[in-house]
Design a binder for this molecule. Structure first.
Ligand code: FAD
Length: 353
């Protein structure tokens, strides 16, 4: 079957890219080395916002704000069309001290984001002091979002090839002519690289100045009969994400350890100590996992055509916020492919030579 695009990588980014291209009328085949939705996109927390937005540049804010604005409708459409509920909910996020009160207030006022001071014991009975509450911040449940995305790709007519590891690019002149995979060669008119943390190493010398490297994150999972609180909690870099069924994710670490996805006793001890400082009565965690974020300088992804290979595009390097940014990045990728006007200045997402 002739395909217009081969998309490399079946995470949130590869699958939202596939959906945007399919909806625009292209034929796509998604090539995934294992099973779709098994790497960083599965391991992540599913908070649909930067942790402290005021810590990031405008290039991050533009993408996250636009994508956050698209998520509610996108999640509803996924649920309606696939029958799989990504559990999108505007649970709000409560910031516990210490925090940068003035910076947060200024940033929120500038970006029209609701922020209010809150007495902590209204949210967490028995806890004294005051916090900051951001009621609009939402979350999704990653494994369900990924199942729904996959189903939607199939429903729109996209082909998914799992257990196909892309090993090499066949190049002639300024074009890619095919992909060598663990199951033979594949070719298309154009190619989209969405291989997360593996994007740069897969391209080798052709990655040029694209700086994407794995940054490990570990999470502890707790289980209660019902959610112990309704809102996401954030204390400095430690977050708690309550799911509807009583699971609470607590994370995460930021570790530069290459492509090592193992969990460690040190991370468990460190996270547990911080949990117990806030909630001394909590039970032991029921699970621990790790994922490799596609780390990039200043958390700015590359969404662009290759500087020299005319039929290669990238959508990678979303670092800490790939789930949050996914729908807007897919929109930008389509705009780049079709040469259409973009919703904002996209120069900072260009592929670096
Ligand atoms: C602990 C943790 C917490 C996080 N929390 C959040 C959060 O709360 N909110 C948020 O927005 N983001 C969060 N993130 C970040 C987010 O998960 C990532 O930015 C996002 O998942 C990146 O998506 P991706 O599709 O690019 O990468 P991935 O999901 O890693 O997908 C890449 C895919 O490419 C495939 N692949 C790689 N090499 C090849 C090859 N050679 N051939 C074929 N296929 C290949 C892989 O198997 C994989 O399936 C978190 C991440 C972690 C690890």
């Amino acid at each position: 079957m002739k395909t217009d695009f081969l998309i490399i990588g079946g995470g949130a980014i590869g699958m939202t890219s596939a959906i945007a291209l399919l909806e625009a009328g292209y034929k796509i085949t998604l090539v995934e080395r294992a099973a779709t939705g098994g790497e960083a996109s599965w391991a992540g927390g599913g908070i649909l916002s930067p942790l402290c937005s005021w810590d990031y540049t405008d290039a991050v804010t533009r993408l996250t704000q636009r994508s956050m604005g698209m998520f509610s409708d996108a999640a509803a459409l996924l649920y309606e069309s696939t029958g799989i509920d990504p559990e999108y909910q505007q649970s709000g996020m409560l910031l516990l001290p210490p925090f940068q009160d003035d910076r947060a207030a200024t940033w929120c006022a500038e970006h029209k984001v609701i922020l209010r001071h809150a007495a902590l014991d209204e949210y967490l009975p028995g806890m004294s002091g005051s916090g900051l509450f951001m009621p609009e911040i939402a979350q999704v449940r990653n494994p369900r979002l990924l199942q729904a995305l996959r189903r939607r790709v199939e429903m729109l007519g996209g082909a998914i090839l799992e257990q196909h590891e892309v090993q090499n690019f066949e190049i002639r002149g300024d074009r890619i002519t095919g992909l060598q995979t663990s199951k033979g060669s594949l070719s298309a008119d154009a190619y989209v690289l969405a291989a997360g943390a593996w994007s740069r190493s897969l391209l080798g010398e052709h990655a040029m100045g694209m700086d994407v490297r794995p940054i490990r994150g570990q999470i502890l999972l707790f289980k209660f009969d019902a959610p112990p609180f309704p809102n996401i909690l954030l204390q400095e870099k430690l977050y708690f994400i309550p799911r509807r069924d009583g699971h609470v994710l607590v994370g995460s670490t930021l570790e530069n350890v290459g492509f090592d996805k193992s969990t460690t006793a040190e991370a468990r001890t460190d996270l547990l100590q911080r949990v117990q400082a806030l909630f001394p009565d909590w039970p032991a965690p029921v699970r621990q996992w790790a994922g490799l974020r596609p780390g990039s300088p200043d958390n700015i992804p590359t969404i662009s055509r290759h500087p020299h290979l005319a039929n290669l595009y990238a959508n990678c390097g979303h670092f800490r916020y790939g789930v949050t940014m996914s729908f807007a990045c897919a929109e930008l990728l389509l705009g780049e492919i079709e040469g259409r006007p973009q919703p904002f200045d996209v120069r900072e997402y260009r592929w670096r030579e």
